[in-house]
Design a binder for this molecule. Structure first.
Ligand SMILES: C[S@@+](CC[C@H](N)C(=O)[O-])C[C@H]1O[C@@H](n2cnc3c(N)ncnc32)[C@H](O)[C@@H]1O
Length: 294
């Protein structure tokens, strides 16, 4: 197998998730679809134990490439977003249509987000979405696009297309019977589903080096090792894992027998195995000789 296959698949992007996510993986959906088809898998339950924006999951579901998806994220804010969008899409869309796009409103949403009160699921879910769409780079702890004084070139509403975002939430609602939303530790979800024959996991944990800057709940070394132990012990389950390409991670999987390839999400070019910035690790259940070469 060569890397061209992964990188050519990421050129065609089909954006379904309402969330912006640093390092979002929507663009891998085409590659996952090729994996599913090449292995002859049918009626797949596609699981993201570290879902974030769940870009690839939604893209695969809405295109009918998988039968159902499981979206798990331990961050209460991210969980609340998925839970409220899936269970109450119409109320969520109403908020998308009506929310003022002002710094005043941004401050109120920020206060709701900071309180992280899961008893107010819709409020927290919408605040998460609002900040994700109005903050710089979609980073939840960043400031608003355009700055507090709105003097920047781009303003707070630059990434808040009400119609397009409402449509994405409507599609989520239309598929709600096929979506399970969980808030567990990712390794628990892996253990829970790993024995199911129809399960296919895409595992995208916080990065080893950059993770702490980008997301909440960043892992430490022990947590990365725990995940590696759980996955290496389940090498016969159907999973793909992506990471930043660092030696510490390779050492947790390659000597244990797993196949690892590097690739680049940012540039759709052909890399040799040392030049990509991301690592893709394959479980033994994936017969890579069946994957098309390009
Ligand atoms: C790299 S991001 C996932 C990006 C996602 N694949 C996308 O395309 O948008 C990792 C996610 O894992 C979540 N997370 C961190 N620690 C976790 C844990 N122990 N269990 C489950 N989720 C966790 C973070 O909240 C974050 O949303």
């Amino acid at each position: 197998m060569n890397l061209r296959m992964i990188t050519t698949q990421i050129q065609r992007k089909f954006q379904c998730t309402p969330l912006r996510y640093p390092g979002g993986k929507s663009s891998l959906a085409g590659f996952f679809d090729r994996v599913i088809q090449s292995q002859g898998w049918k009626d797949i339950t596609y699981i993201e134990p570290y879902a974030g924006g769940a870009g690839a999951a939604l893209s695969l579901l809405i295109q009918g490439k998988v039968a159902r998806i499981v979206i798990n994220d331990y961050d209460p804010a991210v969980y609340a977003f998925w839970k409220s969008a899936v269970e109450h899409p119409r109320a969520f869309i109403k908020r998308i249509k009506n929310a003022p796009l002002t710094v005043e409103e941004w401050k109120q949403q920020k206060a709701i987000y900071k309180a992280k009160n899961l008893k107010k699921m819709m409020e927290l879910g919408f605040a998460t979405f609002y900040l994700n769409r109005t903050n710089r780079s979609g980073v939840l702890d960043a400031g608003p696009i355009g700055g507090m004084n709105q003097t920047g070139k781009w303003k707070i509403d630059a990434r808040f297309n009400r119609d397009a975002l409402s449509e994405r939430v409507r599609l989520i609602g239309a598929n709600r019977d096929k979506i399970t939303v969980l808030r567990k530790d990712g390794v628990e979800v892996i253990k829970e589903y790993a024995n199911r024959k129809d399960a296919f996991f895409y595992i995208d944990p916080p990065y080893y080096e950059k993770g702490a800057m980008l997301y909440l709940n960043a892992f430490n070394h022990a947590k990365h090792q725990e995940l590696a132990d759980v996955l290496n012990n389940r090498a016969q389950a159907n999973w793909l894992l992506s990471y930043d390409a660092v030696d510490e991670i390779e050492k947790m999987y390659v000597p244990q027998g797993r196949l690892a390839e590097t690739f680049s999400l940012r540039y759709s070019v052909h890399h040799n195995t040392k030049s990509g910035s991301e690592l893709m690790i394959f479980s033994d259940a994936i017969n890579t000789s069946l994957l098309p070469a390009s």
